[in-house]
Design a protein around this ligand. Sequence first.
Ligand code: AP5
Length: 214
Amino acid sequence: MKIVMLGAPGAGKGTQAKMIAEKYTIPHISTGDIFRANIKNGTPLGAKAKEYMDKGLLVPDELVCDLVVDRIKQDDCKNGYILDGFPRTIPQAEALTDALSKINDKVEFAINVEVPDENIVNRMSGRRACVGCGATYHIKYNAPKVEDVCDTCGEKLILRDDDKPETVQKRLDVYHEQTQPLIDYYKNQGVLAEVDGTVDMDLVFDNIVKLLEA
Ligand code: AP5
């Protein structure tokens, strides 16, 4: 099962991708998580990515494409994977299509999680991310058992730097300009599946599973 998650920042791609990866035992590959891990570990890639991420901009395609194409060639991706946050531009989608076509393969499902902009800013201000394992919570919709402490690893939960309202608005603008065109790109490939992301997260998940198993 080769799946791409589409949707605005904060639409719930990461939340759903983790659940799908667990159900189908496939790796969850999040480019945002990869960059955040590099920032945390002080790598040159992390330093470069941070310049863009903190401004709400996309990291340049050349820093992303090879990284993902190399990752999906690894052994654990043989039975599929779920890409979360990649592709994010038409050149990234073309790089993925080209890499897959060389091995006679293609994306099977592009799942677009639809949430209107007005819901997004509210969601982002309530999101809390674990500094240890990267798990994501929401103070209202998916609260940790103990305030500001990760249920999984016990580390501290923080508001991501790029979740401040002014940066979220920039990310939404960038999304509409550069990432939304991917909806048509995958529609034209006949693999687009759309779900309402405004309902409860378990219901979003049930609806995705129905689409995957139809
Ligand atoms: P990335 O980490 O990918 O950020 P994003 O796409 O903006 O997505 P988010 O992680 O913010 O949101 P999400 O859709 O996963 O929502 P979540 O499940 O957390 O990328 C960060 C940055 O890295 C980018 O801005 C860019 O700079 C760079 N980058 C990454 N990939 C790149 C690429 N390919 N090319 C170039 N640059 C790249 O949910 C959000 C909140 O809502 C959570 O609190 C959650 O608990 C809650 N929630 C989820 N579902 C529901 C629901 N149904 N109801 C109520 N609350 C819900």
